[in-house]
Write a protein that binds this ligand. Structure first.
Ligand SMILES: *Cc1c(COP(=O)(O)O)cnc(C)c1O
Length: 400
């Protein structure tokens, strides 16, 4: 069902790459928790409603704005399907506007398509803010709502205000910034939505998934040794339940990134564990290390032929999600995936009907590398070495 709405059937047969050997997103570590706060975030922009994912937050946002059947919504051509699905599920019609090469919204193109639109959604790609004053003016002039998509920009400021403060509503994806495996939020004026708890089984799974992910990545080894017997018991219980049949369906599994849109999660809060980690994470560490790691990657990729950092400067107030690198040689992506390098490729699957050349190019050639707070220096150095080797091999291949 999904494939028919995305491009060119690429999704139908994902190549069989080995699992990444460093975490693409934050995992728990001994440094995760801490009370250093005082970092501006989207939570400062209004009242937050926590959801199980960013796409659920967007679905709630559309509901709040009264956007439903037949309404046109301006969406960026460079996107992930997660931000289109809620629009389509609401019965609204996505209309894709173009982007400039620096990923700012092309408002001239948006203006040509704005007839009958009810809202415009803007993405702060990779954590770097859009020009919100221009977007605000565009929407005000037409009486349409501005949805600020802060999925890549949980922290930071834009024009002296927290992320999310310029939009009528903002949505974010907390699992992209915190060491949890689920979570999004809707931030808006007015009271928060009242959502129900996700259920005991989900509560337990949410915590175990986060711990198991940390252990897979070699974090928290002492805790692992202590909790080993408990987890063996859990596996045994799970096996028994499977044999007995009647296990809960896939819909009750804990959603993580890549979750398909599942309506049954719309009215649900994230787990207590997720909310605990969000509340007690060391936010100053998150902001500081993401910026430091970004700078290390910028330096490491400097001067690499056939590549270009999409954002070669890191302005004050930006807390990056990942490091986006434009790589001309399309053989580099599979080569790195085969080596277990963690890569996020935003926009890999575009909704059908997208014609914007920037989106089409970036969806294939912009590779994103993790710069999150839980990356070790050794992992970052290894990624830099792998990227340099893959790119230089490609260059020598073409040269001979
Ligand atoms: C990840 C993402 C979302 C949705 O996030 P989920 O938490 O995965 O549902 C929305 N918009 C953008 C730009 C994203 O990258």
């Amino acid at each position: 069902m999904e494939q028919t709405r995305t491009l060119a059937g690429e999704k139908a047969s994902p190549p069989d790459y080995p699992a990444a050997t460093a975490p693409s997103h934050p995992v728990l570590s001994a440094g995760t928790l801490g009370l250093a706060r005082g970092v501006p975030s989207v939570l400062d922009a209004g009242r937050a409603t926590h959801t199980v994912s960013g796409r659920m937050a967007l679905a709630l946002a559309l509901e709040r704005l009264g956007i439903g059947r037949g309404a046109r919504v301006l969406l960026p051509s460079y996107h992930c399907t997660a931000l289109v699905e809620p629009v389509v599920r609401a019965g609204a019609v996505p209309v894709f506007y173009a982007l400039r090469r620096d990923l700012s919204a092309d408002l001239e193109d948006a203006a040509r398509k704005a007839e009958g639109a009810r809202a415009l959604l803007a993405v702060h790609y990779f954590g770097f803010p859009q020009e919100m004053a221009a977007l605000r003016a565009f929407c005000d002039a037409r009486g349409i709502a501005l949805i600020e998509d802060c999925a890549h920009a949980f922290f930071g400021t834009c024009g002296g205000r927290p992320m999310g403060a310029h939009g009528d509503v903002a949505v974010a994806s907390t699992w992209k910034f915190f060491a949890v495996r689920e979570g999004g939020c809707l931030v808006a004026r007015g009271p928060a939505s009242r959502l129900s708890g996700p259920g005991l089984r989900y509560e337990a799974k949410s915590m175990m998934n986060a711990l198991e992910r940390a252990w897979e990545m070699g974090r928290l080894p002492v805790l692992r040794a202590m909790a080993g017997p408990l987890f063996r018991l859990k596996d045994r219980l799970r096996d028994r339940r499977k044999r007995g049949g009647g296990g809960a369906g896939a819909a009750s599994d804990v959603p993580t990134g890549g979750l398909e849109f599942d309506e049954s999660w719309l009215g649900r809060r994230p787990s207590r564990f997720t909310r605990f980690v969000l509340a007690f994470s060391n936010r100053r560490r998150i902001a500081r290390l993401r910026r430091e790691n970004y700078a290390i990657l910028l330096d490491g990729f400097h001067g690499l032929p056939g590549t270009k950092a999409l954002f070669p400067a890191l302005p004050d107030g930006v807390v990056p999600y990942v490091f986006p690198l434009l790589v001309e040689d399309e053989g580099v992506f599979p080569a790195l995936k085969r080596r277990g390098v963690p890569i996020v490729r935003f926009g890999e699957f575009l909704w059908e009907g997208v014609e914007d050349p920037v989106a089409l190019e970036y969806s294939r050639k912009v590779l994103q590398f993790p710069c999150h707070q839980e990356m070790t220096r050794a992992e970052i150095d290894w990624i830099v070495a792998e990227v340099r080797e893959a790119v230089l091999k490609g260059v020598s291949r073409c040269g001979t």
